[in-house]
Write a protein that binds this ligand. Structure first.
Ligand SMILES: Cc1cc2nc3c(=O)[nH]c(=O)nc-3n(C[C@H](O)[C@H](O)[C@H](O)COP(=O)(O)OP(=O)(O)OC[C@H]3O[C@@H](n4cnc5c(N)ncnc54)[C@H](O)[C@@H]3O)c2cc1C
Length: 162
């Protein structure tokens, strides 16, 4: 179950960790998944949290993106990014960023996280690119996801039985 955790129980945020783009996958005409690997220090986070993404030259405004995968030994993180017409950061992430490029990751932020004490089924409700929460679950936890707006969560591949 996702619960609002007190801020003091959430790990502290760190600024400007360097991550390298490992993969870029199109899920819909306007949503891509970016897989990022830590260049050095890695982020410690909990499912449900988000990060701030910046460009290495600090020329673009930083923007918030939800972490779309569960923590894993490699330290890799995934983001699902919707391209916003005229949007500075999302347009760069979609059209400027290439495999091997660096981005700056700050965080984690957010206190609406998975409850580590809950061992029952989890129902996740998400909309748009926020449906990334579908894959931020514990791998052992059964769940169902209901998504809106043609997000990748609606694809047959993303649906799982309880
Ligand atoms: C907690 C949180 C989590 C989020 N998670 C995700 C996520 O997982 N995936 C995701 O895709 N997004 C997520 N977002 C949204 C994301 O942070 C950005 O807001 C989004 O990517 C747009 O940023 P941008 O820089 O591309 O657009 P912006 O440059 O901010 O532009 C946004 C819109 O405003 C218009 N605009 C900009 N400036 C002007 C102006 N001067 N006059 C008129 N119009 C203007 C632009 O044309 C555009 O349509 C999240 C946001 C929050 C707060």
């Amino acid at each position: 179950m996702a619960t609002q955790q007190p801020a003091e129980t959430i790990a502290g945020a760190v600024d400007d960790l360097e991550y390298t783009v490992l993969a870029r996958t199109s899920h819909t005409p306007n949503i891509i998944e970016l897989e990022l690997a830590p260049a050095d220090e890695r982020l410690s986070y909990r499912s449900g949290q988000y990060v701030l993404i910046g460009d290495p030259d600090h020329t673009l405004p930083v923007r918030s993106y939800s972490l779309a995968n569960a923590t894993n030994p490699s330290g890799r993180i995934s983001l699902l990014v919707t391209e916003v017409p005229g949007g500075e950061m999302s347009t760069w992430l979609h059209r400027g960023l290439r495999i091997g490029y660096r981005v700056l990751v700050s965080g984690p932020y957010g206190t609406f996280v998975a409850d580590p004490g809950a061992d029952g089924p989890v129902l996740c409700l998400a909309a748009g690119s926020e449906a990334s929460l579908r894959s931020g679950r514990s791998p052992k936890t059964p769940y169902a996801a209901l998504a809106l707006n043609g997000s990748p969560c609606c694809s047959p591949r993303a649906r799982r039985p309880m």
